[in-house]
Design a protein around this ligand. Structure first.
Ligand code: 3PG
Length: 305
């Protein structure tokens, strides 16, 4: 039984060591493909793999077709928009994620990004404080919940919109519930995005919605670039010299966005889940899920049902 860890952006060594211990401890073989730059390397590496662990690596139909023995693929992380679900399902391959395992790292980065923008990207000049400001959590999942918790520690007033989470669950955390994105965006000085990228959400954060945000507002994106209508964002930032955007996923129009100086920032490479803790949590969870599935058929965390 061969488990392949294919990570263009590798896990910390401690995470790889932990994965090895779990995989080899179960009597399986571990193969590593790290920092690959050519998809051909992934296609070759998956050829004889029974199980696959990836991060944001794209598991396309080509990858699935090349993986003749593949039974399970685990996205060590939350968002699984990088997995071709139809291709996996068609070949009876179980696809899983590891929800919650890297959430704290992403939530801490979201708050760090807010401070960075509130303090003029650490350049000279008078900034503002987060205390007393309103934060809108767009989707109250594992990350959104933690962002609300940390933001309250800063003295922020938290609001959330999530049609899939019962209002009482959110209220219990001391977070105000709103019933529409329009209300969330028009109410909050900061909006932190935690929605997945799918057919319904792609380009949904558009000019009309962003225009509703109050003067001096900041949008924080630690989710996915695909949810932003990039042309609408550039138009808004041209018209609204008070508006700020910080993102952990470099947009396709990054060069154009740089004209906005300290009102715009994109991390050079997505770093939300780039902590030793998150790597260990997500990597080990992925390995454990694979061992449990192979040994007992356990399909908890399957996302292609
Ligand atoms: C996730 O969906 O879990 C995060 O976006 C982290 O992605 P990464 O593993 O590519 O850093």
């Amino acid at each position: 039984m061969k488990v392949l860890v294919a990570t263009e952006k590798p896990f910390a060594k401690a995470a790889v060591d932990g994965i090895r211990k779990i995989v080899e401890g179960a009597g399986f073989e571990l193969a590593l493909l790290e920092k690959y730059t050519d998809t051909k390397d992934l296609l070759n590496a998956v050829a004889d793999a029974d199980a696959l662990i990836v991060r944001s690596d794209k598991v396309t139909k080509d990858v699935v077709d090349a993986a003749k023995n593949l039974k399970i693929v685990v996205r060590a992380g939350a968002g699984f928009d990088n997995l071709d679900m139809a291709a996996c399902t068609a070949k009876n391959i179980v696809a899983m994620n590891t929800p919650g395992q890297n959430s704290n790292a992403v939530a801490e980065l979201a708050l760090g990004m807010m401070v960075y923008m509130a303090r003029n990207t650490f350049q000279s000049g008078t900034g503002t404080e987060l205390k007393g400001k309103k934060i809108g959590i767009h989707a109250y999942g594992n990350v959104g919940k933690l962002v609300a918790h940390i933001a309250k520690g800063f003295g922020m007033e938290a609001y959330a919109f999530d049609p899939f989470v019962p209002a009482d669950v959110i209220v219990k955390d001391g977070v105000n519930v709103v019933d529409s994105t329009a209300t969330l965006y028009s109410t909050c000085d900061y909006v932190s995005l935690h929605i997945p990228a799918n057919d319904k959400t792609k380009k949904s954060i558009n000019y009309e919605l962003l225009s509703k945000m109050p003067k001096g507002a900041t949008l924080v994106n630690t989710a996915r670039k695909e949810v932003i209508d990039e042309a609408g964002m550039a138009k808004l930032m041209t018209e609204r010299t008070d508006f700020k955007y910080i993102t952990d996923i470099m947009p396709d129009n990054h060069t154009e966005m740089q004209q906005f100086g300290t009102r715009y920032f994109a991390t050079p490479k997505k770093m939300g889940a780039e902590t030793a803790e998150a790597n260990i949590n997500a990597g080990l969870a992925a390995a454990n899920q694979i061992v449990k599935f192979i040994k007992t058929g356990d399909k908890t965390f399957q996302v292609n049902r």
